[in-house]
Design a protein around this ligand. Structure first.
Ligand SMILES: CC[C@@H](C(=O)O)C(=O)SCCNC(=O)CCNC(=O)[C@H](O)C(C)(C)COP(=O)(O)OP(=O)(O)OC[C@H]1O[C@@H](n2cnc3c(N)ncnc32)[C@H](O)[C@@H]1OP(=O)(O)O
Length: 308
């Protein structure tokens, strides 16, 4: 019996790596851009490091929920170049956090993020460098959204430009009652560059995406709930705890259970969202194979058999 259980565990581990590896392969690798696109990750990383300021802070908790904080309060949490590099490093840490189940992305000092640091943007405003920054951030935010964690953007204050795009790189968005999400790019003579337009169409459908981008509309919680950009509104702090406590309580109902099962939930939904049907079905089968007969499944079966 012990030998059977050991063989089964080894089979599931190989299937698990195989399933996730095949999913990423089917999504044509972890990165949207690589050297075949003329993208040199090392070169742009060094260029971005030349624009210091702020940090991206990561706290991984025993609860299985990590908290990622955009921390540059003197600049309304605008992304400096070094923060863009910091974000990529924290996403890599989260990709390797096998006990993780959930992620909350927040801004410091009760505001979310006001996009790229305009000082850095001015310095890399030539088309070549702008495109490289765009590809670097698209790689990082695509990997963020594809993490096998259920993620929530906790929006307080303002999420502007790239900050609005960052909210779309999470599975859900919770908004404080006085917060605003605004794709201000038009006012900058721009369109989203961090992947926010592509993700926004999937979240609110193309007609609403055209209105939000074409009109640079301010999305308050009421409009956010109406068009599906917001998944919940935080209550006043005195009655329901801090915004972070409220976000953790909201998320906890969806990540209650063993990490392998919760991570498998995200993987099957991710493949359904991103892959053509036949490939999504094959991936679902592979992910199913990693939990079928696993500890949580066997325990549930054992407890059910006692109810006869
Ligand atoms: C490709 C780029 C694109 C993208 O990533 O897709 C972008 O994101 S471009 C940037 C888009 N973001 C913006 O245009 C927002 C710019 N900021 C503002 O509109 C306002 O600052 C605010 C966010 C609405 C806040 O206004 P207010 O409450 O009046 O505070 P201040 O304006 O005084 O700001 C405080 C302080 O913060 C600095 N700040 C704010 N945002 C940025 C930013 N994006 N880059 C750099 N610095 C920023 C602002 O300059 C003030 O600093 P001090 O003047 O030194 O006090």
């Amino acid at each position: 019996m012990v030998l059977y259980a050991l063989r089964w565990q080894l089979l599931k581990i190989s299937r698990g790596c195989g399933a996730w590896g095949r999913l990423l392969q089917r999504q044509s690798s972890r990165f949207v851009y690589s050297n075949i696109h003329g993208f040199d990750q090392v070169e742009i990383r060094e260029k971005l490091q030349a624009f210091p300021g702020g940090s991206i802070d990561l706290l991984k908790q025993d609860s299985g929920i990590a908290v990622l904080t955009i921390n540059n309060p003197s600049r309304m949490n605008a992304f400096s170049g070094s923060m863009m590099v910091d974000l990529e490093e924290k996403v890599t840490q989260l990709e390797n956090w096998t006990d993780g189940k959930g992620l909350i992305v927040q801004g410091a000092a009760q505001t979310f993020c006001s996009g790229s640091d305009l000082n850095a943007v001015r310095a890399i405003s030539n088309p070549q460098d702008g495109m490289k920054m765009c590809m670097f951030m698209q790689n990082s935010l695509t990997r963020l959204l594809r993490l096998p964690l259920i993620s929530v953007a906790l929006v307080e204050g303002r999420a502007l430009g790239g900050g609005a795009e960052l909210t779309t790189a999470c599975d859900f968005r919770l908004m404080a009652s006085d917060s605003v999400i605004q794709f201000v790019h038009k006012h900058m003579g721009l369109v989203p560059g961090w992947g926010g337009a592509a993700r926004l169409v999937h979240i609110v459908r193309s007609q609403n995406a055209l209105k939000l981008l074409g009109g640079a509309l301010k999305v308050d919680p009421k409009l956010g709930l109406q068009i599906g950009l917001a998944d919940g509104v935080l209550e006043a702090e005195d009655s329901a705890g801090t915004p972070l406590e409220q976000a953790e309580n909201w998320l906890s109902r969806y990540i209650k259970g063993p990490a392998p099962v919760i991570r498998a939930v995200k993987k099957v939904v991710l493949s359904g969202r991103e892959l053509p049907l036949s490939e999504a079905l094959r991936t679902e089968k592979d992910v199913f194979g990693t939990v079928w007969g696993g500890p949580a499944n066997l325990e549930a079966l054992a407890s059910k058999s006692k109810h006869k």
